[in-house]
Structure formats: C-alpha cells, structure tokens
Design a protein around this ligand. Structure first.
Ligand code: PLP
Length: 388
C-alpha cells in the first residue's frame, strides 16, 4: 500500500485503465448477467451505505426488502412467503439446503456422527451444489437426465433413501436453459414427505413472463423453497439474489442469535449485507412491473428464435429446442471453436460440459444486428476449423 494517498485524478486514471481491460457486455454471449437497468443503478447509489446485516438501523430499506418478497410471492403464488435477499444463486442454494439439513436434524434428530445425509439433484445442477456438498458435508446425488436434458423422475426416486434430506429441481438450467418436470417432482416430494427446493436463479425472472410455461412455483404443494436472481434477468445490480420459503417454519431453521446488533436474530449466511442491492431490486421491479418484464423477456425470446433461424441457415442445429433465452448449438469441435471465436473474433461464448455444445445466453444487451455479426463470424470460424 502506498504511504500517502494519491490524487483523485490519478485514481480515475487507474480505474479507467482497469475498465479498459474489462469486457463490455456487447460481445458477451456467455453470461447470465447484463447491464443493470438505470433505475436500479440510481437506487443502488442512493442506498450505497445501507447495511441489511443490522436492519434495525435501516428500517426503510428493510421495508423494501419485505415488499420485494411480497411481489415475488404474488407472482409465485404464495401469500405466506418468507425469505431474504442474498448475494445470488449460490448463497440461496446453500441456505436452502442448510435449512433442509437443519429441518431434518431437528425433526428426526439423527446422529450426524453415524449417518451421512444426502440430497438428490439433477445431473444438470449448478456447480454451487458441489460447494454445498463440501460446506455441509453431505452427499449430493446426481440423477440422470433424459435426451432433452431434463431430469428423470425415476432416476431421482431411485436415489432417495432414509438419509435423504430433500430434493432439488431446476427451472432454467444454467447450461441448457431447460426446465425439469417439476410438477412430477413435487408429487415425488409429497409422497416421500421431503422438502423440495427449486433453483430458478435464471428462470425465475423469465418463466412468469412467458405466455406459456410449465408450473414451477408454490402453487405446487411439494415446493418448499425457491431461489431467484434479480441480478440476472431481473436487471438489478450485483449482488442480488432472493431465497424464498413457503412459510416461516422453514426460514426459522436458519435462525442464529445475533449479539451486538439492533436485531437479536439473523437468518442470513452473510452478516453485513448490501442494502443498495435491495433498493435497486425494489426500484426496478416497481418500475418495470409485469408489463415491463414481459417486454424484456419477449425481446430476448424473439432474438433467441432469430438466432436459431440464422444458424439453421448455415446448417447448424440447436442441441435442444430453446425453452428460454439460452441456446445450445450442436457444432463440430466446440472447444476449439470457442477458442477461435474468442481469439480471432473477440466473442465471449461458452461450452456445456456433457455433452459438449456451444452455449449462448441471449441477454437484453444483445440485438439483431449483433446476432447477425456473430453468425457471420461463426460461419467463418467454422470454415477456419475445417481448413485446419
Ligand atoms: C447463475 C446460477 C446460479 C448461481 O448464481 P450466482 O448468482 O452466480 O451465485 C445457481 N443456479 C442456477 C440455475 C444459475 O443459473
């Protein structure tokens, strides 16, 4: 660290240099994040010092957090919803599974030195579940997928045993944007008396705004918790995730006594927590409303269909029919193609793990013109690969 401070001018020249090395979202087709809405940015700045870790000091921000939960409860069909704003899908998933673990421990009072508990998740689950296995010291059993990358309910059922804490299903998988057969998995959870967590980190701000979509919310009786990320398709600022429980009973399994603060209990994983992200999320949700989000989702879905049409014209097929604004393409040598697109053409794309396909997320920062440029470059990059 420097001995004395440097001038503001110098600081901004350092910042500008750093910013130049960052990608702008324009040529990014690999990220589930995007530019936050300008209303969210303004709200974020206005509440920059607000700490939700000690919300007794920030009652106004806390009221906005409660309002966010009610708004989400209303679109996810639950009026008893409880929860809080997290740092994103990873924290929401960790806390949902921790609540399942505590719920089971308190109810069945199992001896954790004797049994190793497990959860059953789809093989397509986000890698945050590998962190969960490590942190909570539980087995994460991965159920098989069908040919369209949806989890097989039979495979899930075959993995359940007396040490199963609960089940997970995905509404919008990270890699393929696929939705599991959640209605059937809800029935499975009910018949085994197990809690069911829905990872809708990406899909939670897409599905409710599509004209038709399969059920994935609290209207299904087996679902006990849902994770959704406003910092993805919600157009809020980072860090903004939400963990929702069907009612207080589940949240209460996360209760910890908090000394020193204006409030005497905490249910969150982090202590100090961004009130700015709460204000940003509240502001953008109020500003856009259902109508605004429907427009955002419509635009992304139109672009998704446009991209599929364009790639089909050059002989490339999507790996599955896109369910939401995630497109996976069946291309030769996906890994080499991705490297080439990045190195020679300056595009950021990603590839799926198993099976390998080119993966593109069609976020609101893209438009038809940029898709045209991308498809032209894709065509060239494929030709380059054929030559080598
Ligand atoms: C993005 C994502 C996560 C992780 O969210 P972070 O905000 O990156 O922690 C978890 N699950 C799914 C399905 C996701 O798409």
């Amino acid at each position: 660290m420097n001995e004395t401070g440097v001038s503001e001018e110098e600081i901004f020249s350092l910042l500008n240099n750093a910013k130049k090395k960052d990608f702008t979202y324009q040529r990014v087709l690999s990220s589930m994040c995007t530019y936050p809405h300008e209303i969210a940015v303004k709200a974020h700045m206005q509440f920059i010092e607000s700490n939700m870790g000690d919300f007794g000091l920030f009652k106004g921000t806390h009221d906005m957090e409660k309002e966010i939960l009610l708004m989400l409860g209303s679109i996810y069909n639950c009026n008893s919803v409880e929860g809080y704003l997290t740092t994103g899908g990873t924290e929401s998933n960790i806390q949902a599974i921790r609540a399942m673990r505590n719920f089971s421990r308190d109810k069945r009072s199992y001896d954790s030195s004797k049994v190793r508990p497990n959860i059953v998740v789809p093989a397509s689950a986000h890698f945050s579940f590998d962190k969960i296995s490590d942190i909570l010291d539980i087995d994460v059993r991965k159920a098989d997928l069908d040919y369209e990358m949806r989890v097989s309910v039979q495979s899930m059922e075959s993995l359940i045993d007396e040490n199963t804490l609960g089940l997970v299903a995905i509404a919008g998988s990270t890699e393929f944007g696929q939705i599991d057969p959640i209605e059937k998995i809800s029935d499975l959870a009910v018949s085994h008396s197990l809690p069911l967590h829905i990872d809708a980190a990406f899909g939670g701000f897409v599905l409710p705004f599509l004209s038709t979509h399969p059920k994935f919310d609290f209207s299904l009786p087996g679902i006990t918790s849902i994770a959704v990320d406003p910092h993805k398709m919600g157009l809020s600022t980072i860090p903004s995730g939400v963990l929702l429980f069907r009612n207080f009973e589940y949240l209460n399994h996360l209760r910890v006594h908090a000394p020193y603060l204006t409030v005497d209990t905490q249910y969150t994983l982090t202590g100090t927590r961004s009130g700015a992200a709460v204000a940003a999320t509240y502001a953008v949700m109020k500003f856009l409303g259902k109508e605004g989000y429907t427009k955002v989702v419509d635009k992304c879905m139109d672009l998704t269909r446009y991209l599929v049409k364009k790639v089909q014209e050059i002989g490339i097929q999507p790996f599955i029919d896109p369910v939401m604004n995630v497109v996976t393409l069946d291309v030769p040598h996906p890994t080499a193609l991705r490297a080439r697109l990045s190195r020679e053409y300056n595009w950021q794309v990603s590839i799926t793990q198993d099976p390998k396909a080119l993966r593109l997320v069609i976020m609101p920062h893209l438009d038809a013109e940029i898709i045209d440029c991308f498809v032209d470059d894709l065509k060239e990059a494929l030709k380059d690969l054929e030559k080598n």
